[in-house]
Design a binder for this molecule. Structure first.
Ligand code: ATP
Length: 344
């Protein structure tokens, strides 16, 4: 006898994702997340938020946080998100995220969270000194996604494990509260050569906002000189580029620069190698710098333009928050009823 699988979620396809306002956005955020948001907004209903609840899991200067939220919103708009098409909002303006996260804290198992590698990476050797919020960060992330019953989550490779946890939480909630198909089991949209952009200092760590070295990343607000200088200084070896992906894989720094070129140019790494195999970095780096300046320069300029009008950014964020609250409210109400809250 075989078990009949529970009925699958039957609602519409929806996209949800977000970025933390923890500092200047970099090329990894752009290729791993922002470019995909912009593409997907025309395919499915799209919700993109600024994750200020997530940001405070590690210390943020309260005097700067609001400005950082606006900066992320400006980056969204500059990379092509259209507030008439996508719902763009700050997480803290929709209290239902935190309310749903509490329910999910009671659904998720400690053993599941103990396996999360991002917590281990961020906490390093002294995990007992980190906030409890950093530990339960992926549970809040599950609430962000499932509050809107999102089915597709465009993220970088680093978030894949958190998405698996979201699926586990959704399945356990549906099962435990006897509501099969209530939440979808969302899919991570992770693909292409920009899914894991590595640090320019060493091809082993991911490019990150919180890396103390400015030369590890290219920021969206860097000017042409800074972009060219960072690419020039990126760590590489003296060998020419190889002609196979297998040979490239043995050289992580080279592989990273080729992947960045491919992602910026809308090509595959194999296509880039076909053009540059046999060439040294003396040739490749200036070409990469020209491409990066051509693609990122207009984004940085548009960001500065949006940032010069914070009133307009706040208007967009407030309108987005209103819409997000409307979509999330009935889902949270059903969750409360399913759980059996007095106020449900
Ligand atoms: P922090 O260093 O503060 O943790 P971060 O740079 O890792 O920040 P997040 O705000 O955690 O950025 O991530 C925002 C989005 O950007 C996520 O979808 C994440 O997967 C994606 N992303 C982050 N870093 C990279 C990277 N190096 N390559 C590709 N995608 C990335």
């Amino acid at each position: 006898m075989t078990d009949t699988p529970p009925p699958a979620y039957a609602g519409p396809a929806r996209v949800l994702s977000g970025v933390q306002p923890t500092g200047a956005l970099h090329l990894g955020n752009y290729l791993g997340a922002l470019v995909k948001f912009t593409r997907l907004q025309h395919q499915m209903e799209t919700f993109i938020f600024v994750a200020d609840l997530h940001a405070i899991t590690q210390w943020q200067d309260p005097a700067r946080l609001k400005g950082q939220v606006r900066e992320i919103a400006a980056a969204y708009l500059a990379s092509g998100l259209d507030p008439k098409v996508a719902t763009i909002f700050p997480q803290s303006a929709v209290p239902a995220h935190a309310e749903l996260a509490w329910v999910f804290n009671c659904v998720a198992r400690l053993g599941w969270l103990d396996r999360m590698t991002q917590f281990k990476d961020k906490a390093g050797k002294h995990k007992e000194r980190e906030s409890v919020g950093l530990y339960t960060y992926p549970v809040l992330q599950a609430a962000d996604i499932l509050l809107y019953r999102a089915t597709h989550v465009p993220v970088g490779e680093d978030q894949r494990q958190h998405l698996e946890l979201t699926r586990d939480i959704a399945a356990k909630f549906n099962h435990d509260f006897g509501v099969p198909g209530f939440f979808p089991l969302p899919e991570a949209v992770v693909e292409g050569p920009g899914a894991r952009v590595m640090s320019l200092r060493d091809g082993a760590a991911k490019m990150s906002k919180s890396d103390p070295s400015e030369y590890s990343r290219i920021n969206l607000t860097d000017d042409a000189d800074a972009i060219a200088q960072k690419i020039r200084k990126a760590r590489t070896d003296p060998e020419p580029l190889p002609d196979t992906l297998e040979a490239l894989a043995a050289r992580p720094e080279a592989q990273n620069l080729v992947a960045i070129y491919a992602a910026l140019d809308g090509r595959t790494s194999a296509e880039v190698l076909a053009e540059y195999a046999g060439q040294g970095f003396g040739v490749f780096k200036p070409r990469l710098a020209d491409l990066a300046v051509a693609k990122l320069g207009p984004v940085g300029e548009a960001m500065r333009r949006y940032m010069s009008d914070p009133v307009e950014i706040d208007r967009i964020l407030a309108a987005g928050a209103e819409r997000a609250r409307q979509v999330g409210a009935p889902v949270l109400a059903e969750v409360k009823a399913a759980v059996g809250y007095w106020a449900g």
